[in-house]
Design a protein around this ligand. Sequence first.
Ligand SMILES: Nc1ncnc2c1ncn2[C@@H]1O[C@H](COP(=O)(O)OP(=O)(O)OP(=O)(O)O)[C@@H](O)[C@H]1O
Ligand SMILES: CCCCCCCCCCCCC/C=C/[C@@H](O)[C@H](CO)NC(=O)CCCCC
Ligand SMILES: [Ca+2]
Length: 507
Amino acid sequence: NQCCWILTSQNCFVPISEIIAVEEREFNKKQRNIGRWQKMAKLHAFTVYYVKRARNHRWRCSDVTFWCVDEHLCNQWTQALKESLEMQKSRPKQLLVYINPYGGKRQGKRIYEQKVAPLFNLASISTDVVITEHANHAKDNLFEVNIYKYDGVVCVGGDGMFSEVMHGLIGRMQKDSGIDQNNPKASLVQCNIRIGIIPAGSTDCICYSTVGISDPVTSALHIIVGDCQPLDVSSVHHNNTFLKYSVSLLGYGFYGDILKDNSEKKRWMGPMRYDYSGFKTFLSHHYYEGTIAYQPAKRTHGSPRDKESCRTGCYICKKSEKQLAEQTKEHGLKHEEGEEEWKVIKGKFLAINAVNMSCACPRSPKGLSPAAHLADGSADLILVRKCSRFDFLRYLVRHTNQDDQFDFPFVDVYRVKCFQFTSKLSEDNESNVMDIGKKRFGQFCRDHPACCCNIVNSTWNCDGETLDSSAIEVRVHCQLMKLFARGIEENCKDEAACSQSSIEQLL
Ligand SMILES: Nc1ncnc2c1ncn2[C@@H]1O[C@H](COP(=O)(O)OP(=O)(O)OP(=O)(O)O)[C@@H](O)[C@H]1O
Ligand SMILES: CCCCCCCCCCCCC/C=C/[C@@H](O)[C@H](CO)NC(=O)CCCCC
Ligand SMILES: [Ca+2]
């Protein structure tokens, strides 16, 4: 029962849902026989391992040992606690684990073996572990194995590794349900097999934005207690062909160019390669011309300029969950064609970013859109128009401090449910007006050679992977998948306040 609590000897309350394991203990008489009367009695003991909150959303495994002289009483306690743990139905028993040994600082295998596997053992979770041998190994494997025998899939790596596992799972669900992913209007089948992320990559934005920290032990504990966080997923299509899914950043211009510069050859630099490419891309200061058409997300509550962020138990995401359930009840899987109007914006942009979540990460703890929601069925579309290098720097710096990064005349932000983008170049090509001058003068703007306006296209950065087409059609699928997470918890000033707030939440 979620409302059962134990009071530990350190005077802190632990909800049953946050107990990791209970173990009988061999009591060591020599160590404990301090009092005279104890010499005569045989002692019995059990240890409770539980989640302890540390600073900055970190979770740690703490333990407390209870002992008594009455063997029957001791057994009763252990039995009762173990039965209560058995009743926690959302906890995983069997997991499929994929480890990318080459992600981030190449520490994935060590992190899993030293920090995560011992905790899974303690919590009696059995695992099948696959160490990937090449890119797409995990994704392809998910189409072959019996995924339905697992309570979840864990990926040890960065955002790229998560993306692979997500594509494998969502793709497999659609295949098994006979849904054509190439149809941009298809209603996709929700994936109920949760994904756990053990962060071991370069940006780890998805883990950071859903847990509040990128820390392997914290993530392992969220998996053990069986947390569940639904997540919006965007589908990306070009000409009725499925390209990719995205959960964090879909970025054209600045973030696309960073990735393009960031070739596999630079992987030896580890996470540093992004700073190097970021600096180079900032100096190049390229603009791109194009047209964006979007449908505003009218049914979702909240706005990208809100002061409150999405947190554990977010009521805006809960409302979307309710709406989604009602909609599914009414229309089943049939896609309901929106009647809402399309808004069209043409212009020259330094960056076009569409984010399904805040995209908080260690480089930017509040993220690209601090008020974006994990599971509200919408994305925040951020348009950074042509501006000076100095203004763009001011905009970037605001990602790292408390100032509002949307409070600039050259930045617009909209909450959308779908959008389309066409670059000026592909518009021109489509209308068959091939300007020979473009070829002759190379990649820079013929009319204004010094304006840095690029005639060639940029590339889309889709959760850290490049897309082959610049013209794309994007649609947000509300809560298409689930993570072993609970969103970012409100900050607790001290442990006592933390326990108190958890009690209030449960009551
Ligand atoms: N054994 C492997 N060899 C080479 N590449 C792999 C292997 N396993 C997975 N990959 C690929 O490596 C890519 C990057 O991995 P990952 O996301 O773990 O690290 P990262 O790029 O350093 O971190 P981030 O994505 O957070 O920036 C993934 O897209 C994945 O497809
Ligand atoms: C003067 C200081 C200015 C500093 C400005 C910092 C702004 C940083 C915002 C970072 C936003 C990251 C969004 C996440 C994108 C991920 O899906 C993707 C895959 O891991 N990472 C990158 O593309 C890697 C992106 C790397 C960006 C540097
Ligand atoms: Ca969202």
